[in-house]
Design a protein around this ligand. Structure first.
Ligand code: NAP
Length: 283
């Protein structure tokens, strides 16, 4: 396992529980050493050393440049027949680029971005969206099954990232419209708990309405899906749409709200903090 952040640490634990973790590597070595000591596994000094000892490698780091950097550092140790599973959320173009880099060396690369948050990573119940060669997916399936419950193969390299981007576009539109609707209902003087309970069963409902509107009503934005992370994902969606010469209005308007929240110091709050801004629509 390479990358022991909020997600990767739990994923490493899941792999260990399944008896499938030889060792870990993390850029900040102290994190890898602490986890390795706790689990009784190896903390590798470099990605290349890990690659020499493992035929399947799981990566979960922040963004496109970070995955590229880790794959470059794996290269000196990678042998033909190895399999690299990247669970980071990055652009489909990056996945295709790394797939093409590794293919001539006889190494498979699958894009395997995940959904379900830190809680899903902890419980091993992530939804995993996979792109790459179908036989490599069959080989990866038992490892992915230790990390998630819903594992779907979407097609050639980049398809997993495209599926994840589709999800992030929906989240952008939904969180924004839920925040707008609650601001409106509040201005109308409606009893919010009763409203949320009733509309939560209606056609306009969604996971975000049921689970986040109650927090908007209380003006509390507990740890969940950080504004900063979703903004990173929406920039990926922006770039992928731009490759089709298209723009996505909901993505663009949500990004503007996120930029404002980050500038105000709310980048590490849950994305329901958008209500901070929509509530000012009603002076
Ligand atoms: P995080 O807690 O910020 O951890 C980031 C990890 O990436 C750390 O281990 C960090 O190492 C490593 N890293 C960053 N840049 C690196 C580089 N250039 N070279 C090597 N390692 C590098 O992030 P996270 O929440 O675990 O998210 C990881 C990925 O999963 C992201 O792509 C994110 O979008 C995706 N994801 C996150 C969630 C979520 O709810 N958090 C949900 C679904 C998907 P250091 O320890 O040295 O900083």
């Amino acid at each position: 396992m390479l990358g022991l952040g909020a997600m990767g640490t739990h994923m490493a634990r899941s792999l260990h529980r399944g008896g499938d973790l030889a060792g870990v590597w993390n850029r900040t070595a102290s994190k890898a050493q602490a986890l390795a000591a706790e689990l009784g596994i190896t903390a590798f000094d470099t990605p290349a050393e890990l690659a020499r000892r493992c035929d399947i490698m799981v990566i979960c780091v922040s963004a496109d440049a970070d995955v590229r950097a880790v794959v470059q550092e794996l290269l000196p140790g990678i042998a033909a027949g190895s399999l690299v599973l990247d669970c980071s959320t990055v652009g489909a173009g990056t996945a295709r680029e790394l797939h093409a880099l590794l293919a001539p060396r006889g190494t498979e690369f699958l894009d395997c971005p995940v959904s379900g948050g830190v809680e899903g990573a902890r419980l091993g119940t992530l939804a995993i969206m996979v792109g790459g060669e179908a036989p490599a997916f069959e080989r990866a399936r038992p490892v992915l099954a230790l990390l998630g419950k819903t594992i779907t193969y979407f097609g050639p390299s980049g398809s997993g990232q495209a599926a994840k981007a589709t999800n992030q576009i929906m989240c952008a539109g939904i969180i924004q419209v839920v925040a707008e609707a609650i601001a409106f209902a509040k201005a109308e003087g409606l009893p919010l708990p009763a409203l949320i309970d009733t509309l939560g069963k209606g056609a306009g409902s969604s996971w975000y309405f049921v689970n986040r509107a109650p927090f908007m009503a209380k003006q509390e934005y507990p740890a969940g899906f950080r504004v900063r992370l979703h903004a990173k994902d929406l920039r990926i969606c922006h770039d992928m749409a731009a490759a089709h010469s298209a723009t996505l209005p909901a993505v663009e308007s949500t990004l503007k709200l996120y930029d404002e929240l980050i500038a105000q110091g709310h980048g590490d709050e849950d994305i329901s903090a958008v209500f901070r801004l929509t509530s000012t629509l009603f002076p």
